[in-house]
Design a protein around this ligand. Structure first.
Ligand SMILES: [Ca+2]
Length: 218
């Protein structure tokens, strides 16, 4: 209702202010603006506003809401080439923090994918391994250089040492559900690589998929 009234008001304003040096363009600007205003107003007039009484979405379970896909990775550049797992002081800030959907890096002379780290670094990934059903799982870490894996707070694979791609495995009985895991890895120099895989009865060995790895969000 106020828009039609606005047009004469605007016209009167234009006349009063003496803006008749460009009356055509002034009207040309005014008309589309009015049309737009009507178009914008139309849905409001014909469509009722969303009912505020709509039922809110059911809250997600806390545990599910706190987990995000992928493992939380922290990379630390080191001043010297490590020959064993380095001790990282709690106060040490990581060189790089990111989420990795899976760990699947073939031996390479280049940097760890997505980083500028080629030599002299340590990295760790924490999160949970989501196990689909009860059973015996063969977990495997292949790495250049050293790596190790902890499940449910216990180290299950030690693949320490300076070596080319080398795989170590462990058979672990796991219940269906989420198990905290921690993967550690360091690279001295030369090539690097890191692959985390699993197999189970009736399930062929494969890189642990991103769909089975999660980390706690903050
Ligand atoms: Ca190496």
């Amino acid at each position: 209702m106020r828009h039609p009234a606005l047009v004469p008001a605007l016209a009167a304003l234009l006349m009063v202010c003496g803006c008749d040096t460009a009356p055509t363009s002034a009207r040309a600007e005014a008309k589309p603006a009015t049309a737009e205003a009507k178009a914008a107003a139309a849905p409001v007039a014909t469509t009722p506003a969303p009912a505020p009484a709509a039922a809110p979405a059911a809250p997600a379970p806390v545990a599910a809401a706190a987990l995000q896909p992928g493992l939380a990775g922290e990379f630390f550049s080191l001043s010297e080439g490590p020959e064993d797992f380095p001790t990282i002081a709690d106060a040490t800030k990581p060189t790089l923090v990111r989420v990795d959907g899976q760990l699947n890096v073939d031996a390479t002379d280049d940097a760890f994918p997505g980083t500028q780290l080629t030599d002299h670094f340590y990295a760790r990934w924490t999160g949970v391994l989501r196990v689909p059903k009860d059973g015996k799982y063969t977990l495997a870490i292949e790495s250049d250089d050293g790596s190790r894996l902890a499940v449910d707070g216990h180290q299950v694979i030690d693949n320490n040492g300076l070596h080319a791609m080398e795989e170590k495995t462990a058979d672990v009985d796991l219940k269906a559900g989420d198990h905290p895991i921690k993967v550690e890895f360091y690279e001295n120099d030369g090539q690097l690589g890191l692959k985390l895989s699993w197999s189970a009865e009736g399930v062929e060995k494969a890189i642990i998929p991103a769909s089975a790895l999660f980390h706690a969000s903050h």
